[in-house]
Design a protein around this ligand. Structure first.
Ligand SMILES: Cc1ncc(COP(=O)(O)O)c(C=O)c1O
Length: 357
């Protein structure tokens, strides 16, 4: 069967050529063949701080408030080891990127799940959290623009988060992996833009999605210096940093970001429009996302997430992700990634229309 895989959030587009050129040059220099510095080279950390200043108007100290990661996933999985002791509570959204929960479990912590419901715009309802839970929680995970729901958060929500974190002395881990994949003039903000956020927040970034670099393994975290320091202590005992040649390619990516990102966004916007229109015509209800390259689509009655994903796979060869794979509150949805070209997406829609759901 000719499979159209819209299951995984792995961009089909190539890494921009100027980044590849920078890598070729860097890999030929023997100075880059030795162990890199654990927390990232000074030049890479300065480039990150400069990008943050330009993009979010936030000033970061490259020495203490920035750390290089071997992909955002690596930092997300490791940070609980620095702060979560046996039995400690971490507040984890559901549905969510699964590593927030898994990292907590690996550290011996206990997840307390925060449902992301459609009626709340897929934002957690912090006001309804029992006081004793909030008082004992050590960490909260957030991710806006969101995978898998494609929801976005506004300034009011982020202000409430920072207030909540101050009140209960909680570390906020904000996964901002999709900061650059946004449409129609919408520009995702950083949680660190909120006054006082640096007292308690760490933000995770990836070059995977913004620059089509999933295979390269490069990301970074910024924010509260104790949180960055804790993550750095764990990492220095587990890995030995990020290949310097990749960091040099990362510097090129961040410095040349405007041109490559605007091209990528246009491509995803075109794909989004084809899929939203096609799915609506096929009887689905789809809200056009403002950001991310995902569509979070309710499964029509009486399908469960898995029933629908299975029927689509077996009868159309289109792979989608059943929402329950992202946690309990993902049930009743499927996620489609816009990671195929317009012809393949049009073909996927034709096949879906033909089976008549
Ligand atoms: C929400 C979220 N965070 C983190 C990651 C991982 O990013 P990286 O490739 O930098 O490890 C992903 C990848 O799909 C993701 O969706």
């Amino acid at each position: 069967m000719d499979i159209i895989d819209l299951g995984v959030g792995d961009p089909d587009l190539p890494t921009p050529p100027n980044i590849i050129e920078a890598m070729i040059k860097a890999v030929q220099d023997p100075a880059n063949h030795q162990y890199p510095s654990y927390s990232g080279t000074d030049d890479f950390k300065v480039a990150i701080a400069e990008w943050y200043k330009e993009r979010f108007s936030i000033k970061l100290n490259p020495e203490s408030e920035v750390i290089a990661l071997i992909g955002a996933k690596e930092g997300i999985a490791h940070i609980p080891l620095a702060f979560i002791n046996q039995g400690d509570l971490a507040l984890i959204p559901t549905p969510a990127y699964p590593v927030y929960n898994i990292g907590t479990l690996f550290a011996g912590g206990k997840p307390y799940f925060l449902p992301l419901l459609k009626e709340n715009g897929f934002l957690p309802d912090l006001a309804s959290l029992p006081d004793d839970v909030a008082r004992t929680a050590k960490m909260i995970w957030l991710n806006y623009p969101n995978n898998p729901t494609a929801a976005v958060a506004d300034r009011d929500f982020f202000e409430a988060v920072v207030k909540f974190a101050h009140k209960y002395n909680i570390i906020v881990c904000h996964d901002l992996t999709y900061s650059e994949i946004a449409f129609d003039e919408y520009k995702p903000m950083s949680l660190l833009e909120i006054e006082g956020a640096k007292d308690t927040c760490i933000e995770f970034h990836s070059l995977s999605k913004s620059f089509n670099m999933t295979g390269w393994r490069i990301g970074f975290a910024v924010g509260n210096k104790e949180a960055i320091g804790g993550l750095g202590s764990i990492k220095s005992n587990i890995d030995s940093g990020l290949f310097q040649a990749i960091q040099l390619a990362g510097i090129e990516a961040l410095r040349s970001n405007r041109e490559s990102i605007s091209k990528i966004k246009k491509i995803y916007a075109g794909r989004r429009d084809i899929m939203v229109k096609g799915l609506m015509e096929s009887g689905f209800t789809v809200i056009p996302p403002k950001a991310t390259f995902y569509l979070w689509v309710p499964a029509p009655h009486p399908y469960t997430s898995v029933d629908l994903a299975t029927r689509l796979l077996e009868e159309t060869g289109v792979v989608v992700t059943p929402g329950n794979g992202f946690g309990y509150h993902g049930e009743g949805y499927i996620r489609l990634a816009l990671t195929k070209d317009e012809n393949r997406l049009t073909e996927a829609i034709e096949r879906i229309k033909n089976i008549g759901l």
